[in-house]
Design a protein around this ligand. Structure first.
Ligand code: FAD
Length: 422
């Protein structure tokens, strides 16, 4: 099959949305294809099927049979969760919601023909397409690093075998060794994620390798929940953690995976374990579909999550450039529900309510020491805009921190059930 790619159809989102092809109202079972069975995609597929009550035919394309959540993967590294507790399957989406789950890679989108090409050779037609492919890496942000170096210097920023590898490397680290994290430039998935990871690694090393050192080389001059993390590191882990930020280094000069070194700010640091989290962009299929901008992200119409480049395509989750919402599982789940509602309204004429979004990111700093940051959002013409927010405070009492951690456990169970239906 020859794949063509239509060029940009317009720059102004709202105007582009208004140009959407007539909805397939009256047609038997309009077909929605969802690419990516992570938090965003699986939630969108489930809500389309659940709320559509048979009016919409839903196909979910996802290569893996088991999805491992990135959220709580740091807690697995820290010893607070079992690896299997991160695993989720697609059985309930098939049996309870009638979703057609296809385990394959989408390798192209023909926007004129409205078909998705699969690596297995077949082509799936759609009336509307939902893209939730998550992120891919920009290796050029860390010279010397690439996918061929991800065994020596794991990213562990797509959960699964990479997470297990990083944990195994930490366990094999010599006593008194050095763990180096190369933190990512903005924007990236889960802004507190690298720093929660440092907390969990410090927790592990304090028990198993108490003279070890943790060095964070960070191209950013500041980071999410910085005061909370730095206070927690000082309270729990003494002088184990050192953060060198973007005011002291001008980006990462490079890494040498053979020598296990990182160069930044004119100095070269040698690590025993090196965790490289490179810069990010939208998952490649979004680029292949032609819905990304020069920065590598997919701009969307805030009220519907419709692509600004194609009214038949909706993009959700980490792949989007949306305005104020961070790239998180909570955000992806929230955006997926808005997109599912908008797609149903578009295809079946069902009622469209004003888009409302929410996010909370919990992080665990030490045993029973949980913190959180969160916000509510609404759709404006220009962007998804923050309307109110909250953040944990330095100095909160231990009971509140424990309560915050316990809240996060409830959230994990709730969001994974909401996403995968089981
Ligand atoms: P993903 O969940 O990554 O799903 C993308 C899916 O698309 C994948 O399953 C992939 O296989 C599939 N895919 C990609 N390309 C194709 C293709 N071509 N064809 C078919 N399928 C494809 N978020 C929180 O809310 N709270 C947290 O505490 C939190 N902690 C985190 C900690 C870490 C260490 C990390 C790395 C992330 C964390 N996150 C957290 C962020 C969260 O995991 C992501 O924001 C979320 O997974 C985004 O959902 P998504 O659907 O956009 O992408």
């Amino acid at each position: 099959m020859k794949l063509t790619r239509r060029g940009f159809v317009g720059a102004a989102g709202a105007a582009t949305a208004a140009l959407a092809a007539p909805a397939a109202i009256g047609q038997a079972r309009p077909h929605v294809v969802v690419i990516g069975g992570g938090v965003g995609g699986a939630t969108a597929a489930r809500y389309l099927a659940k709320d559509g009550k048979g009016a919409v035919d839903v196909t979910l394309i996802e290569p893996t049979r088991t999805y491992y959540t990135c959220f709580f993967s740091n807690l697995y590294i820290g010893g607070f969760r079992e690896f299997q507790s991160l695993a989720h399957g697609y059985g309930a989406l098939v049996s309870d919601f009638g979703i057609n789950v296809v385990h394959d890679w989408a390798i192209g989108v023909d926007r004129d023909a409205k078909t998705v090409a699969l690596a297995g050779g077949s082509s799936v037609p759609y009336d509307r397409l939902v893209l939730s492919p998550g992120i891919d890496f920009r290796p050029e942000t860390v010279p010397g690093w690439g996918v061929s170096a991800q065994h020596a210097m794991p990213h562990a920023y797509k959960a699964g075998s990479q997470t297990q590898l990083l944990k195994a490397q930490l366990e094999a680290m010599p006593q008194g060794g050095t763990f180096i994290m190369v933190a990512p430039p903005n924007p990236f998935r889960c802004p507190p994620g690298p720093y929660e990871r440092v907390s969990m690694i410090a927790h592990k090393l304090k028990a198993e390798n108490p003279t070890a050192k943790i060095l964070i080389l960070d191209p950013k001059p500041k980071f999410s929940k910085q005061a909370l993390f730095q206070d927690g590191w000082a309270r729990h882990y003494g002088g184990m953690v050192e953060w060198i930020g973007g005011d002291f280094i001008d980006g990462i000069e490079g890494v040498d995976p053979a020598a296990m070194t990182v160069s930044a700010g004119g100095d070269t640091y040698k690590g025993d374990v090196v965790n490289v989290i490179p810069g990010m962009k939208a998952g490649r299929i979004a680029e292949l579909a032609g819905v990304t901008n020069e920065a590598g992200w997919a701009p969307i119409v805030p009220a519907s999550m419709q692509s600004k480049m194609d009214p038949n395509i909706y993009v959700i989750g980490d792949a989007t450039q949306n305005g104020d919402m961070p790239k998180s599982g909570f955000s992806a789940n929230s955006q997926a529900k808005v997109a599912a509602m908008a797609v149903r309204a578009d295809l079946t004429g069902s009622r469209l309510f004003p888009a409302k979004f929410a996010n909370t990111c919990w992080s665990l700093i030490g045993t029973d020491d949980g913190v959180k940051v969160g916000a509510a959002y609404e759709a404006t013409e220009e962007k998804i805009a923050k309307t109110s927010g909250f953040i944990s405070a330095v100095g909160e009492d231990a009971a509140l921190r424990k309560q915050t951690y316990e809240e996060s456990l409830g959230w994990y169970d709730g969001i994974t059930t909401d996403t995968f239906g089981a």
